[in-house]
Ligand binder design. Structure first.
Ligand code: FES
Length: 170
């Protein structure tokens, strides 16, 4: 092989360089939307799924009872178990009510009859927020909206709960 055949002309060098740079830029444009399509951040988390909370419908009383369960939560590549809590009871129409324990004032945790001075109410210890049994905020206390209600369904006699929503949206 002669030295002449191995030489790359200036024109060939420019062609190779521009083709390489153009290909690199095109790949960049294609990779971004492809990454968006398969990125775990954009995949649905299991958080919104209705979960069996381990409570038989027949065991639900007319007094709010604290129910705790765990769900799988996926944040990007990190998967973890997250604890959830609801106050669950049957109202006078025998309907199941599942309330979020998160105070709608600033997010503290409310408890049923959490203060002896206010029986038959939910009470928030942070700023004295109060709610009636159905989760309605009591005027004159800090919360400005009712406790949120969980999406719910009954399957095979067991209670399933999803995400809490403002009243009327659950
Ligand atoms: S956070 Fe509950 S009253 Fe303020």
């Amino acid at each position: 092989m002669s030295d002449e055949k191995q030489q790359v002309t200036r024109r060939q060098f420019l062609n190779y360089t521009l083709t390489g740079v153009g290909g690199f830029m095109a790949a960049g444009l294609l990779i971004s939307p492809l990454r968006m399509a398969i990125d775990p951040v954009l995949q649905p988390s299991k958080k919104g799924d209705l979960a069996n909370v381990g409570l038989a419908v027949d065991d639900i009383k007319d007094v709010p009872t604290r129910v705790d369960w765990k769900i799988d939560q996926v944040d990007a590549w990190y998967e973890s178990e997250v604890s959830q809590t609801a106050w669950v009871y049957k109202n006078e129409k025998d309907e199941i009510v599942a309330l979020s324990p998160i105070c709608t004032h600033l997010g503290c945790t409310v408890s049923w009859e959490g203060n002896d001075q206010f029986p038959n109410e939910f009470y928030c210890p942070c700023h004295g927020g109060r709610y009636t049994k159905d989760g309605t905020n009591i005027p004159g206390t800090p919360p400005l909206e009712p406790l949120h209600q969980y999406e719910q369904k009954v399957k095979d006699g067991m209670l399933y709960l999803g995400n809490p929503h403002p009243r009327g949206e659950a």
